[in-house]
Ligand binder design. Structure first.
Ligand code: ADP
Ligand code: ADP
Length: 231
């Protein structure tokens, strides 16, 4: 369902060009749970930005559910992004002035869902992540783990086929991080594809497959077993 072939990205600033991705080829099937690892500067963010339709490759191809998307324009990318993808970030990226409920309703506002259905679906999403009792709280009235639950509810509310998570446990303590990973495991069991960037082996081991990047290349691609888990 996600296929990339020879994906390259060159950033040019003035006379300086950086080849951040040097030709990455891989396939992810529907429902896979994939962790992306590698040192700082290895191309993980660039790869995630391309998969997340936030940027376009310099060359190469990207098929998202049969559709070749590498040359779509900004509007087409945005619309596909809203339909197919959900995002979770390290810093939650919630809107401070809005309640949990309103934060989760926001993506549906952009998608043109009617108010009553927005409310209903936001409620269900918040209940699903265990926050049914915190609907009217604002981000500064919630813990880090609770805010990340709100962010996950926001990511799933348009029923995306893929969730892209960038260091989702990076700002959380170990126990809270494990609780958040259990939510991703549940979404995986329900058939959502999950692509997760992490530098923590204990977080990566929740995935079923690990991609390791180095210097803009995919240097390892392996199933998760006890043996494969190391930073
Ligand atoms: P990672 O997420 O693994 O830390 P990045 O994808 O952010 O790696 O970066 C890969 C390389 O591309 C690095 O050399 C980085 O400095 C460079 N890079 C990333 N984004 C940009 C950008 N917007 N402009 C110029 N260079 C960039
Ligand atoms: P992380 O590795 O924590 O994901 P990075 O430091 O790689 O974050 O990148 C943070 C942001 O800065 C990204 O949006 C990336 O595209 C941008 N960036 C990274 N390196 C450069 C660079 N050399 N020039 C311009 N922008 C960059």
């Amino acid at each position: 369902m996600i296929k990339v072939s020879n994906l390259r990205k060159v950033y040019s600033t003035g006379s300086v060009a950086v080849e951040a991705l040097k030709g990455v080829t891989l396939t992810m099937h529907k429902g896979e749970f994939v962790a992306v690892m590698g040192p700082s500067g290895s191309g993980k963010s660039t790869f995630m930005n391309l998969l997340g339709l936030l940027d376009t490759p310099t060359s190469g191809n990207y098929w998202l559910e049969e559709r070749e998307v590498s040359s779509l324009n900004k509007n087409e990318l945005a619309s596909l992004r809203n339909q197919k993808l959900g995002f979770v970030f390290q810093a939650f990226n919630l809107i401070p002035a809005l309640t949990a409920l309103k934060n989760v309703e926001l993506p549906m506002l952009y998608a043109g869902v009617k108010p009553q259905e927005r409310r209903q679906r936001a409620l269900l999403a918040l209940e699903k992540v265990g926050l049914g009792e915190r609907l009217q709280h604002r981000p500064n009235e919630l813990s880090g783990g609770q805010n990340q639950r709100v962010a996950i509810a926001r990511a799933i509310v348009n029923r995306p086929s893929v969730i892209m998570a960038d260091e989702p446990t990076g700002a959380l303590d170990t126990k809270t991080g494990e609780e958040i990973m259990e939510i991703f495991e549940e979404l995986h069991r329900e058939g959502t594809t999950i692509v997760l960037v992490t530098h923590e082996p204990d977080i990566a081991k929740h995935a079923k497959r690990i991609l390791r990047f180095k210097d803009g290349l995919l240097i390892r691609d392996e199933e998760v077993t006890n043996r494969t888990i190391s930073s």
